[in-house]
Design a protein around this ligand. Structure first.
Ligand code: NI
Length: 178
């Protein structure tokens, strides 16, 4: 089981760093995304356990802190440990690369991490495969679903339950394609 103290410390840190940010296309706090991913991870690892539940839950809460805020990785390492910092680094796109290479690069780095990090990425895309913002074009939606298929192909072996859930969400996303 994960530690409630570590859960609270990482949730608070994420709340501070994402303060003022909103879920794209809404007026809702960005923390909604982060806690949804953590909830998806927590249910999954109760039903199908992983070796290090704390690593999965803490990385779920912190997974966008480096990509979307000015937080340096060294601060994550100092506060939450090197295993968490390595996971968050792998879950962050490398903005120095061309956009077309960012997903492949991130998936390669995630696959070099323990299964707990694969689990966070699967949960992230499961949560994100909801109704897209109205302004997204058909092409963008199709690309997003194609990316989800790539994530599934690369990471589903780490967690059968989340693999099935992602598969279902990919199918359901078809309703948003025009
Ligand atoms: Ni995310």
């Amino acid at each position: 089981m994960w530690s409630p103290e570590r859960y609270q410390a990482s949730l608070r840190f994420a709340a501070e760093r994402h303060a003022g940010q909103t879920v794209p296309g809404t007026h809702l706090p960005y923390l909604l995304h982060v806690t949804s991913v953590a909830g998806e991870v927590m249910r999954a690892i109760v039903l199908e356990p992983v070796a290090a539940p704390d690593l999965a839950v803490v990385c779920a809460l912190l997974h966008d802190v480096v990509e979307d805020t000015p937080t340096p990785l060294a601060e994550i390492a100092a506060r939450f440990g090197d295993d968490v910092a390595l996971g968050v680094a792998a879950l962050s796109k490398d903005a120095a690369l061309a956009k077309a290479q960012q997903l492949d690069d991130s998936l390669r780095r995630i696959r070099a991490c323990p299964a707990e990090i694969w689990v966070v990425k699967l949960a992230d895309r499961i949560v994100n495969l909801q109704e897209p913002p109205a302004h997204w074009s058909g092409d963008k939606r199709r690309r997003y679903r194609e990316e989800a298929r790539q994530i599934h192909a690369a990471l589903a072996p780490a967690h059968a339950l989340l693999g099935r859930r992602l598969d279902e969400r990919i199918d359901a996303y078809g309703a948003f394609l025009t």
